[in-house]
Design a protein around this ligand. Structure first.
Ligand SMILES: [Ca+2]
Length: 148
């Protein structure tokens, strides 16, 4: 398994990037939980920088997308955004800070295309940017383990 540990001050991150273990978002969330972690909650600049550096430093990761630990409230899946604005929350229950995360989204994302994009991914393209996608799409994933 292409599985690496990357340590930041409060967390370490494990990138699961094996084509044989691709999972949809819900199964990826459960897999991180079962290891005592969670899908990565990138709610600080420090954590964002750590994960983005990992992806930049490993251009040979074989998968094109990696689930992160943010999603729309599940009772709103497959609906339009309220007031036309993204309603993402991290798995710690905190709303996603759109000012902090704005520089990391793909230029067209989040867009809730077809009102069917309910979860957040990191796209393994040249700029390693974030997108919103369907929860059923299989991909790699990034787990976070708390060090504190
Ligand atoms: Ca999208």
């Amino acid at each position: 398994m292409d599985s690496l540990l990357h340590v930041q001050s409060s967390s370490c991150f494990q990138v699961i990037s094996d084509i044989a273990v691709r999972k949809n978002w819900t199964d990826a969330r459960d897999a991180c939980d079962s290891e005592g972690g969670r899908l990565a909650v990138l709610d600080t600049k420090d954590k964002i920088d750590t994960v983005m550096d990992v992806m930049r430093d490993n251009p040979d990761f074989p998968l094109v997308s990696y689930h992160l630990g943010a999603h729309r409230p599940m009772d709103r899946w497959d609906t339009a955004w309220p007031n036309g604005k993204p309603d993402y929350i991290w798995l710690n229950g905190q709303p996603l800070d759109l000012n902090l995360t704005e520089p990391y989204w793909n230029v067209h994302d989040p867009n809730n295309w077809g009102n069917s994009q309910n979860v957040m991914i990191l796209s393994n393209n040249q700029k390693r940017l974030w997108g919103d996608t369907a929860a059923v799409a299989d991909g790699g994933y990034i787990c976070e383990f708390s060090l504190i």
